[in-house]
Design a protein around this ligand. Structure first.
Ligand code: HEM
Length: 346
């Protein structure tokens, strides 16, 4: 196959500048939300607000403990347990007995009461505010995209996904970060990002690569999907282990067993596959594909380094959100590459 004689066609003007601007703002807010959500998880701030959508029963969280009733710990503990029991009951009613059992087990593992912590409450609160902002931005994108037949259904889908994601977020809190729900929450976030990039691309098609790259990019997206799914398994194991006091200091990551080993090994396969795509892109000597290839390679290598820091430097709290953030950016660059070679065929 000859890849080197590819010349990008002339670009079409954007359908709507306003839609494009709002879509880009939405995308940036989505990235911030993913980063904030991951900081919430790695610092344990999810429990900073024991209730949802309010925080300690207020729309704006308190700044001092004395602003709360004296028995607030018992009040919110009971409320949370009651809510997660309801969810467990609903799950077992739906036939999802295993999930119901894990929720009940998580309930039993919870400390009797969670004291007020200013930093955690406000970290979680900022995360929720960002969530509301994303909701508003996506509603605007949905309205602005309605006149365009090739975009409107993506806009509507993304709005539905965001509503679903909001509800799921409440469940994640109520079930004390149940692993399966955290994973689903993350996968839906990636789907929302993919839809936003699709809107941006359809509004102003940008050709980066020849359609002949498509099979390679599809393969590489598939491999990334597997790696992300496996990463969430590693994360679930890490979360289980971190319940043990001093686990970070006293244990080695290899005690996580094959789940971690597979995740580590699989990044080599991803490196080889993407390395090949990057090599072919650089041969094109087109500035667009060169930038795309450099961005892809940079994010991949940096993410592997971050994974290694996580694994061999006792899981530093700052590296957890960065590993997830770089994974999201890496996936976004790959997906945009895929969209771009799909349209070069038309
Ligand atoms: C292609 C490269 C990689 C991708 C796309 C990737 C992706 C991911 C994802 C999505 C997670 C779950 C994060 C979360 O839910 O918060 C994760 C977790 C993790 N990954 Fe990777 N990973 C890569 C390479 C590596 C490498 C090379 C290592 C180590 C040698 C590694 C070690 C870890 C560890 C220790 C966790 C658990 C971290 C935590 O609990 O926050 N990863 N990875």
């Amino acid at each position: 196959m000859e890849y080197t004689n590819f010349h990008p066609p002339i670009l079409k003007p954007s359908l709507s500048k306003k839609l494009q601007r709002w879509s880009i703002v939405t995308l940036l807010t989505l990235y911030s939300l993913i980063l904030a959500g991951s900081i919430v998880r790695s610092t344990g701030a999810g429990m900073g607000c024991p209730d949802w959508p309010k925080c300690f029963g207020c729309w704006i969280p308190p700044t001092q403990e004395y602003q709360l009733p004296t028995n607030y710990q018992n009040i919110f503990h009971e409320k949370r347990i009651k809510k997660s029991k309801k969810i467990a009951k609903m799950m077992s009613y739906l036939g999802l007995k295993q999930i119901a059992q894990s929720i009940t087990k998580k309930n039993q593992q919870q400390p009797q009461a969670i004291p007020f912590n200013f930093a955690k409450a406000w970290t979680e609160y900022i995360n929720r505010i960002l969530g509301i902002f994303v909701g508003i931005c996506i509603t605007i994108v949905c309205v602005l995209s309605w006149p365009y037949r090739n975009i409107r259904w993506v806009g509507l889908l993304v709005l539905c996904l965001v509503i679903l994601q909001g509800g799921l977020g409440a469940w994640v809190v109520a079930t004390h970060l149940l692993a399966g729900l955290v994973t689903l929450h993350m996968l839906i976030a990636l789907l929302i990002i993919a839809c936003m990039l699709l809107i941006i691309h359809r509004n102003r098609p940008c050709i980066l690569l020849s359609h002949r790259y498509k099979p390679w990019i599809i393969l590489s997206l598939l491999l990334t999907g597997i790696q992300i799914f496996w990463g969430t398994k590693v994360r679930a194991l890490v979360d289980q282990m971190l319940i043990i006091p001093d686990w970070r200091a006293t244990h080695c990551i290899l005690t996580l067993g094959n789940t971690f080993l597979f995740h580590r090994f699989f990044s080599l396969i991803i490196l080889v596959c993407n390395g090949y795509i990057i090599f072919r892109c650089l041969q094109l000597k087109q500035w667009r594909s060169t930038y795309w290839a450099i961005a892809l390679g940079f994010m991949l290598v940096l993410n592997i380094i971050l994974g290694m820091i996580l694994a061999y430097c006792q899981l530093p709290v700052w590296a957890q959100p960065l590993h997830l953030m770089l994974t999201t950016l890496f996936f976004s660059v790959q997906w945009y590459g895929f969209l771009s070679c799909s349209s070069s065929q038309q």
